[in-house]
Ligand binder design. Sequence first.
Ligand code: ZN
Ligand code: ZN
Length: 142
Amino acid sequence: MTSEFEAQLRAVSLRVTQPRLAVLAVLRDHPHVDTDAVIALVRVDHPSVSHQTVYDVLRALTDAGLLRRIQPAGANARYETRVGDNHHHAVCRSCGAIADVECAVGHAPCLTASDDRGFVVDEAEVVYWGTCPDCVSAEQTA
Ligand SMILES: [Zn+2]
Ligand SMILES: [Zn+2]
């Protein structure tokens, strides 16, 4: 039986390995977690996987386009398996929670620069900063 992840790895000419499959599964189930969280989650089922292996897997899968790496200002790099759809992120200033926000246009660049200064623009990086619902209700009850 070939899993979806095995097919994805083969499609980008990466060898199918247990750590690579584990990292993809962890990030499908827990989008937007950082490296330390990926390591902890992978080790639940694969206790012998080393830190270095997870770092290497994250880099290889990101380079191959199977993972997207996001790094909100002031936060650790986070990873997700949702790639290629130009979605954006809302980040909570209080707790750091991250949520996906659909791109209104659906393709990059979704914002047209008022003056592109002659650049050929292919992406607009949009981060919505604010307060997540949990933190809003915590403030209201406090
Ligand atoms: Zn929050
Ligand atoms: Zn996302």
